[in-house]
Design a protein around this ligand. Structure first.
Ligand code: 5AD
Ligand code: SF4
Length: 479
């Protein structure tokens, strides 16, 4: 498939993606249409997913659409008729891995010229990525972004029958598409999108550009989806959004926010409610009180802080200070006693001094996090921080990451040790990776627990007495 006219494609535009207009969001209904229903009969597909839970959930939708078209899942790349790479753009190393993958998949395309190779997700929303695909990765047949997954049937049809390359990435703010089919990864725990996009524009982050404007799904759609999951035997839902605490703030006609949603979902009969991810600036009292009052909302909170230094927080555009973060955290811990809190931290943000880093370590001590995802700052083209002066040598940044991780690991162990001799309730995920007589699952506080038990317990919630606490997991026995 040779492209001749590079301008015929719908390419992304990061400047356009930054715009936020007042225009209202449309809610559209997905409909597969007769013409697309049999295209995949007798054919197979494989989806490789990188990145966050939003991508996991999007891949479930892509799988749902492909199966409605008649395709069947396969793990075998050599056999697949369609391969889709659902990509992540959050840091440079995520992207490097994906470029490597795309290179590797070229061999399969040589062996099977009819193979359709698709690139989806956040990387597809970046102009430089699409330019590189157009010029150097001729073997990629379809490129589509995060806003138009519902158009996958059209794209496959064009690539398959017209033998044309399809590049269609929208940079406008995005609509909400309901009634999308899904093939869920698990039979007992499910991702449920409650909102899309992000309006925070932290200066290091590409997500507001790749996922568009903040837009919330309606209460009715979310509650309806969770009711349906309960009917199907699901035990746990994880509510997804880039900033779930901003849920509902975009509703013009109703005053209905995240705390209200938690209370309504509590009534659906689902046994466990989790959510990710949160922004401290939008976390409100109503949410904390809903967590206190709703026993099915799990006592766990991932509350990214990013840095403990006020000047850095300001340049990150985070809208809080070290003290105001700690005050909110203490309020949360007072209202929901025993809650487990984890965080995200970036070291080596442009201009971060030793003193700034020490502020971060001090905050980690004060906050008593029970875990964290820690990162070295990665420059993302198109974001404001990409232009900030950055004089800190890479080895100093790595050293800071190492020191930070040591502290964080102490927090993991401390957080696990507090459950020694206690009975926790574990939703059993499966057998342990290392020993198939051992089961593994997560407790209310999101602690990984291993214990001996029969595989028939997978998908159920069981009481486990904790006998040993390690840094990364707990050991126990069925109580
Ligand atoms: N560099 C390093 N880490 C980043 N994150 C987001 N953007 C960047 C970046 N450019 C981290 C933040 C965020 C998490 C999902 O990824 O800590 O909370
Ligand atoms: Fe990125 Fe900040 Fe939005 Fe999180 S809140 S997705 S870090 S811009």
């Amino acid at each position: 498939m040779n492209n001749i006219d590079l301008d015929k494609y719908f390419k992304p535009d990061l400047k356009q993606a930054r715009k936020r207009t007042q225009s209202s969001i449309e809610e559209l209904q997905f409909d597969i249409g007769d013409a697309h229903q049999k295209i995949g009969l007798g054919k197979t597909y494989k989806i490789d997913t990188y990145g966050c839970q939003a991508n996991e959930a999007d891949s479930e939708t892509m799988a749902g659409i492909l199966e409605l078209m008649g395709f069947i899942a396969t793990h075998d790349e050599a056999e697949a008729d369609v391969i889709i790479i659902n990509t992540c753009a959050i840091r440079e190393n995520a992207e490097s891995r994906i470029w490597g993958e795309l290179g590797r998949l070229k061999n399969y395309k040589r062996q099977n010229p009819d193979l359709i190779l698709g690139l989806a997700g956040c990387m597809a929303q970046e102009e430089n990525v699409v330019e590189r695909i157009l010029k150097k990765y001729q073997h990629v047949d379809i490129v589509f972004g995060t806003h138009n997954i519902h158009k996958l049937p059209e794209y496959i049809e064009t690539a398959m029958f017209n033998k044309e390359r399809v590049i269609e990435v929208f940079s406008r703010e995005g609509d909400i598409i309901e009634n999308l089919p899904k093939v869920r990864q698990h039979k007992f725990k499910a991702w449920v999108n409650i909102m899309f996009g992000c309006d925070e524009f932290c200066t290091y982050c590409i997500v507001p550009y790749t996922r568009g404007k903040e837009r919330s799904r309606s209460r009715e759609e979310i509650v309806g989806e969770v009711f349906e999951l309960v009917k199907q035997g699901y035990q746990e839902v994880t509510l997804l959004g880039q900033n779930v605490n901003a849920y509902g703030k975009d509703f013009k006609d109703v005053d209905y926010t995240f705390g209200d949603l938690l209370r309504d979902l509590e009534q659906t009969g689902i046994k466990r409610i989790r959510f990710t991810t949160s922004h401290p600036h939008d976390l409100d009292l109503k949410t904390m009180e809903a967590m206190r009052d709703c026993p099915h909302v799990m006592p766990f909170f991932h509350l990214p802080v990013q840095s403990g230094s006020n000047p850095i927080l300001k340049r990150m555009n985070r809208h809080y200070t070290k003290d105001s973060y700690l005050a909110k955290l203490n309020e949360l811990k007072t209202i929901v006693p025993g809650i487990s809190v984890t965080t995200d931290i970036i070291v080596g943000f442009p201009g971060e001094t030793e003193e700034d880093f020490l502020e971060t370590l001090d905050l980690v001590n004060l906050a008593q996090f029970e875990g964290a995802f820690t990162f070295v700052f990665s420059k993302r083209e198109g974001t404001p921080a990409a232009k900030y002066e950055d004089n800190t040598p890479e080895d100093v940044k790595k050293q800071r990451l190492y020191i930070l991780n040591e502290r964080i690991n102490e927090g993991y162990l401390k957080g696990n040790t507090r459950f020694l001799d206690q009975i926790v309730h574990v939703l059993v995920d499966g057998v342990s990776k290392h020993d198939d007589t051992v089961l593994a699952g997560y407790s209310e506080h999101n602690k990984l627990v291993n214990f001996k038990g029969d595989p028939s317990l997978i998908g159920t919630i069981v009481p486990v007495k904790i006998t040993q606490a390690k840094t990364w997991f707990l050991l126990g026995e069925l109580a």
